[in-house]
Design a protein around this ligand. Structure first.
Ligand SMILES: [Zn+2]
Length: 127
């Protein structure tokens, strides 16, 4: 029996290969935030690869009247590249497992196709 893993798992705070503290991805994100190109709360985990662990063969049942959004399990692998130009080592900075709400897009109500309006062709027909 294995103990249940708790998340998030923090990776090394520095490059595991050379010990350099700076990361290229985080550096760019900080710079873009400083310049106002992206919001301060954007990219809270730096660079992250999110993998939904949802079984595609298992449909998500949602009642249209329900206000509770369905949740699916998501594994997030946060990574970055060492900013030491002699290293550029790609490493994991954090691993997280969460249940995330998903938005299910309801198809818009179907409108009957609009035929040409006769008045567009015969503008003299008034009323
Ligand atoms: Zn490094």
């Amino acid at each position: 029996m294995t103990e249940e893993q708790t998340y998030p798992i923090a990776g090394p705070g520095v490059c595991p290969k050379c010990g350099h503290k700076e990361r290229i991805g985080q550096g760019l994100i900080d710079q873009l935030k400083q310049n106002g190109n992206i919001d301060n709360d954007a990219f809270p985990n730096g660079l992250a690869w999110s993998v939904p662990l949802h079984d595609q063969n298992k449909p998500i049942m949602v009642s249209p009247l329900s206000i509770i959004k369905p949740k699916i399990p998501v594994l997030s692998i946060c990574f970055d590249v060492c900013a030491n130009p002699d290293c550029l080592y790609l490493y994991i900075t954090k691993v997280n497992f969460t249940w995330e709400e998903i938005n299910i897009q309801m198809p818009p109500p179907q409108m009957p196709p609009q035929g040409p309006n006769l008045r567009d062709f015969f503008p003299h027909l008034k009323g």
